[in-house]
Design a protein around this ligand. Structure first.
Ligand SMILES: Cc1cc2nc3c(=O)[nH]c(=O)nc-3n(C[C@H](O)[C@H](O)[C@H](O)COP(=O)(O)OP(=O)(O)OC[C@H]3O[C@@H](n4cnc5c(N)ncnc54)[C@H](O)[C@@H]3O)c2cc1C
Ligand code: SF4
Length: 488
């Protein structure tokens, strides 16, 4: 344990943010790091509990008290080793994870929890700065070839683990650069893309081959992939967007969030022209959907220079405190206010969009909403009911649909006869990540549905263990919560 009285002496302190008026002028990350002494104090707050509930809160089983203690003692290299023993990419989770571990932190019962996510980010950043995070190619190669389809966090984690086991790994990605939603979803102001490139360089130096611009199922068939490789990991994400099939949905100006956000990330990356340029500049923008994607649309619209940004959420407003019936250490559905929300968006809850309005040229000019309430009947799912007399018309020239995803694209699955689950994702059990077709595995959002980066990395690691076992009869790769300490 770090400092026995640490949690009594020090208050929780996390990094601060650049002022809104400065940060919205560009797409850079805008966090202001803590000083090293402050970070050590934060590490010292960890109580090294007998049963560290944070472990079970983290889908990777990160060894949190161990790296907190190392940070308190300023043993940063040891902290980086501990962290990387369970997490291939803490620079992604340290920036973007909603930190279920902090909701499960024992200190969180009656105090503010330990700043686990921020400590994680600082450990990995120190590791890169000091040159401790370098390629570690396998000492020996097997004669096995593995294809990974999709280069999001699940595919990258699976690829790195399988390469470490000595297999020859090729990652196929249909986009022009690897990274999945990390690169073409999440805006740069949440994570600048050189953070991905820095890690990809390590993966390439370790011997992983990336083939970008290759759409598996079109440019190369699932059957060819199966024949050319000893095993295949499908980690193509859950990319099928949910629509809003109401009157006026085909008007110019009603746009899917996942057309708007990737285009902007490409713009920030230097792409100058687009066939259908989507800009929020000078427009009244309505973002429909209150999740991460909606929040990212808000921050991006504000940086475009939108006249106004309103955010509609069909669910009622949650409480900031843990709601009743969601006790510690479980993940609570409390009100989340992101940095983008604080940049000037107005949020509306329990509101449903009924129709879009347009002009004679087919351009969006407004929309009509009504308030809704959720009727709860014991033993039944809550029912949505419109509140009579609450119709309202809004001026709007850009409506961004951030309504979530309904499942995965199934072209490869259809080509190979792979079964889907009930939600149009690939059916593969969490016990072994195997599909019904021998040698084909699935991981990440394509298996579990749209989720989180931390889950994608976790699934990639677990799937790699099972692929390795399938190929070799056994595996020395770590399973969840089993640290693999010598590796950085
Ligand atoms: C806008 C947005 C913001 C988000 N913000 C957060 C956040 O802040 N924190 C968080 O934890 N999670 C966030 N998420 C969720 C998180 O990004 C995903 O859960 C995670 O990226 C899933 O990883 P994955 O590897 O399974 O799939 P993805 O990241 O979706 O990667 C799949 C990759 O496979 C490629 N692919 C698909 N089919 C093929 C094919 N046939 N051939 C070749 N390549 C193919 C795709 O092009 C893509 O690059 C966000 C999601 C969105 C949409
Ligand atoms: S990956 Fe997420 S849940 Fe796990 S320790 Fe880091 S912040 Fe917590």
């Amino acid at each position: 344990m770090g400092k026995i009285t640490g949690f009594l002496e020090f208050d929780r302190k996390v990094e601060s943010y650049a002022p809104v008026e400065d940060r919205v002028k560009n797409y850079n990350e805008f966090t202001v790091p803590l000083k090293e002494t402050e970070l050590k104090d934060q590490g010292a707050r960890c109580m090294d509990c007998g049963i560290p509930f944070c472990h079970s809160g983290c889908p990777l089983g990160n060894l949190i008290p161990d790296f907190n203690d190392a940070v308190y003692r300023a043993k940063w290299e040891k902290a980086a080793q501990i962290l990387h023993s369970t997490n291939n990419f803490p620079e992604f989770t340290g920036r973007l994870c909603p930190a279920p571990c902090e909701e499960a932190c024992v200190l969180g019962i009656n105090e503010d929890p330990v700043t686990i996510e921020n400590i994680e980010k600082n450990i990995v950043e120190t590791g890169f700065e000091k040159g401790w995070i370098v390629a570690q190619p396998p000492k020996n190669r097997t004669d096995k070839k593995v294809a990974v389809v999709g280069s999001g966090p699940a595919g990258l984690a699976a690829a790195q683990q399988l390469n470490r086991a000595g297999h020859t790994v090729t990652v196929f990605e249909r986009d022009e650069k690897p990274g999945g939603l990390l690169r073409y979803g999440i805006p740069d102001f949440k994570m600048e893309k050189h953070i991905i490139d820095r890690r990809l360089k390590v993966l390439e130096e370790e011997g992983i081959e990336f083939k970008c611009g290759v759409h598996v199922g079109k440019d190369i068939s699932g059957e060819d992939l199966k024949n050319d490789f000893d095993a295949v990991v499908l980690s193509g994400g859950a990319t099928v967007r949910r629509n809003l099939p109401i009157e006026g949905a085909d008007l110019k100006g009603v746009v899917q969030a996942m057309d708007f956000l990737p285009q902007n990330n490409r713009r920030v990356d230097g792409v100058k022209t687009f066939e259908n340029e989507i800009m929020a500049t000078g427009k009244d923008v309505v973002v429909i959907g209150g999740g991460d994607t909606g929040s990212d649309c808000i921050g991006t619209s504000i940086r475009h220079g939108a006249t106004s940004v309103s955010n509609f959420e069909i669910m009622p407003m949650s409480t900031v405190e843990r709601p009743e019936g969601q006790p510690w250490p479980f993940w609570p559905m409390r009100l989340k206010t992101s940095t983008s929300h604080k940049e000037g968006a107005e949020r509306f809850f329990s509101i449903s969009t009924k129709k879009f309005l347009g002009d004679k040229d087919g351009n969006l000019t407004g929309l009509v909403t009504s308030e809704v309430e959720w009727i709860k009947t014991p033993g039944q799912r809550p029912q949505l009911k419109e509140v009579a007399g609450t119709e309202k018309e809004w001026k709007c020239e850009l409506a961004l649909l951030a309504l979530g995803f309904t499942g995965s694209e199934m072209t490869i699955a259809e080509q190979l006869g792979i079964e889907a689950d009930g939600r149009t994702n690939i059916k593969a059990s969490e016990a072994d990540y195997k599909t019904n077709v021998p040698g084909i595995f699935a991981a990440g959002d394509q298996r579990r549905g749209q989720s989180l980066i931390v889950w994608a990395i976790s699934e990639g690691r677990q799937a790699a263990y099972h692929v390795d076992t399938y190929l070799m009869g056994e595996s020395a790769l770590p399973l969840k919560g089993e640290g693999d300490l010598p590796r950085v």
